[in-house]
Write a protein that binds this ligand. Structure first.
Ligand code: ATP
Ligand code: MG
Length: 368
């Protein structure tokens, strides 16, 4: 391929006289091959050329999906940069047609590798991210509605258009329904303890409605450029959802999800389980940055963390019920043995967390 796609992309971009030695591949995710374009008198750019194959399957061209994805990134970057100067690429544009789709955006630096971060740096980066997400979540999104964001032909909107109070009650009901379905299985775990904890948690949560915000559902380290002085976020997966729920999601990702998924093919080469201390420090910093002086928020974050574990346990249980796993699930979650083991991990975590009321705040004296 690639030269042909690159050449076509440059033609569309009207970038002339570009020598191939000024372009090199810097990365690859599941969906894009990523190239850096070095320029003499302007900032470097990144070209993300969409792959035709992802997760071992040819991906059909769906115009609305591509516009939705790239327009959502554009809106997210715009709002994020209003909250924290150039935390996301200030330049972002895209092109899409059946034969070729790509984004062009500012190069945000290389950043340090996760395993090269000291605990102090990890904490500091987490803290900055926590402060950023706090401001980001407080802002009223320009997109109306709730849930999955879709392009309606003219603009982006949330898939659900209902009153916020109603959506909030549904959100709480949903957790109760999955709790019910998990307790009706023959899985081994301390039902009494878990049920008591979650019922109490939801009763209290119902009375404290959260704010609908523009959230990012993909905060994995591959999408964060770890510069201690200026951390950057790239490749977001935006949605409209509740603020504390998604602050809890960040903590859940770094403290539980990433280490737990490191045996799945999609994540294996990142060795997240070997770097779980660093991930943990990022999460600790995030909690401090996000809650600032409001210790009540610490309890809320733990509650949301518990609900994400509950959801994860349920998803694992449902996946195990399927007779055959599709290639994407196999890549992302692993085979049935891995899924079974991870489900046990989730259930243990649920049981253990039933005793705690908030995260233990990291001791600043340890920041060396
Ligand atoms: N704007 C940018 N500036 C610097 N590096 C970037 C930029 N965009 C992408 N990269 C590098 O390329 C890698 C892969 O990019 P990206 O996450 O956009 O790919 P993707 O296929 O969309 O990812 P995913 O698998 O998460 O969907 C990143 O981890 C990062 O190292
Ligand atoms: Mg990515």
């Amino acid at each position: 391929m690639k030269d042909e796609d690159l050449k076509n992309a440059f033609e569309k971009l009207k970038i002339k006289n570009l020598k191939m030695e000024h372009i090199w591949k810097i990365g690859e995710g599941a969906w894009h091959n990523v190239y850096r374009i070095e320029r003499n008198f302007e900032e470097d750019l990144v070209l993300r050329i969409r792959k035709k194959n992802a997760y071992g399957q040819l991906q059909a061209y769906k115009e609305i999906d591509l516009i939705t994805e790239y327009e959502s990134s554009k809106v997210y970057y715009h709002q994020a940069n209003q909250c924290s100067f150039n935390i996301c690429p200030p330049v972002f544009d895209y092109f899409q047609e059946e034969s070729l789709a790509f984004t062009v955006e500012s190069f945000m630096g290389e950043g340090k590798k996760l395993q090269c971060l000291s605990h102090y740096e990890a904490f500091t980066i987490g803290e900055k991210l926590g402060e950023f997400f706090q401001v980001m979540h407080r802002k009223n999104p320009d997109i109306q509605g709730f849930g999955k964001i879709i392009w309606n032909g003219k603009l982006l909107e949330g898939k659900v258009q209902q009153e916020a109070h109603y959506i909030w009650q549904n959100d709480n009901d949903f957790y109760l329904s999955i709790l019910h379905s998990l307790t009706s299985t023959d899985l081994t775990f301390n039902r009494e303890k878990v049920v008591e904890k979650i019922l109490k948690l939801i009763e209290n949560r119902r009375e404290n409605q959260q704010k609908i915000s523009l959230v990012n559902q993909d905060v994995t380290p591959e999408n964060i450029i770890f510069n201690v002085d200026n951390v950057s976020l790239i490749d977001p997966f935006p949605s409209l959802d509740f603020d504390l729920k998604y602050a809890g999601y960040f903590v859940f990702c770094y403290k539980f999800l990433l280490p737990a998924y490191s045996n799945a093919a999609r994540y294996r080469n990142h060795a997240y389980n070997q770097n779980s201390n660093i991930l943990n420090r990022i999460a600790d910093g995030f909690i401090c940055g996000y809650i600032s002086d409001n210790v009540n928020l610490n309890k809320c974050l733990l509650d949301e963390y518990i609900l994400w574990i509950l959801l994860e346990a349920h998803e694992h249980f449902e996946t195990l019920e399927e007779s055959v796993l599709d290639p994407k699930t196999l890549q992302q979650m692993g085979d049935k043995d891995m899924i079974r083991n991870r489900l046990t991990l989730c259930l243990n975590e649920l049981e253990n967390l039933s005793l705690d009321n908030s995260f233990t705040l990291f001791n600043y004296n340890e920041r060396t």
